[in-house]
Design a binder for this molecule. Sequence first.
Ligand SMILES: C[S@@+](CC[C@H](N)C(=O)[O-])C[C@H]1O[C@@H](n2cnc3c(N)ncnc32)[C@H](O)[C@@H]1O
Length: 220
Amino acid sequence: MAVQKHDDAGMSGPRPAPGSNVARYGRIAPLYDVLDLPFERRRYRPLRPLMFESLHGRLLDAGVGTGRNCPFYPPDAVVSAIDSSPAMLARARRRCQTVAAAGRLYRMDVTSLAFPTGEFDAAVATFLFCVLPDQQQHPALRELGRVVRRGGLIRLLEYVRPTQTLRRIISRIWQPWIAWAYGAGFDRNTESYVPGAGLELIESRYVVDDLIKLLTIRVP
Ligand SMILES: C[S@@+](CC[C@H](N)C(=O)[O-])C[C@H]1O[C@@H](n2cnc3c(N)ncnc32)[C@H](O)[C@@H]1O
């Protein structure tokens, strides 16, 4: 498979476009784990095992970031992981040593994956779609749907705009910071793109108040 591995990708090369996620995560990567730590401990860590429930075989972790999902990969699964940011991948390499040592940590954009059709039994993405701009939601879902085999699952964990008044106000206060730092937004409405991408939404449920949703999608 002719795919660009993290090691080939390097940290040099052409400068990322200003305002792109690659530029943004190049800037925030050294601080990412520290800034996220309180959320990781209290909020995200208990959710991560849910992503892998009943998943087996060949799995893709899209937008692996600094590798926070890696300790939760099913021991019998063969996991590949991708991210568009060399700086984040450099951190994932330390946390995901098994995947890195097997050469399955790749620098790729989720909207244009260099994997064959039907390569994976399932794909997961945690807090990836809430950092993708609206115009990338459809191509990213289509691409995950292409690389996951028919009948396979795609699981997404994503922030959404809360409906409860106080949480809604707080989300508006946070919005400028998370947009600048992470390219993130609460208004992505990823599930609305699922049917148009030729996929089937089989479950959408809140897992933290009305703020974080777990989506389970099937490739028909
Ligand atoms: C908010 S972080 C989440 C990281 C990790 N999944 C987690 O749960 O901690 C989003 C990650 O998505 C990556 N990313 C953003 N746009 C991407 C794209 N178009 N293709 C692949 N990865 C992307 C970023 O580089 C970053 O590492």
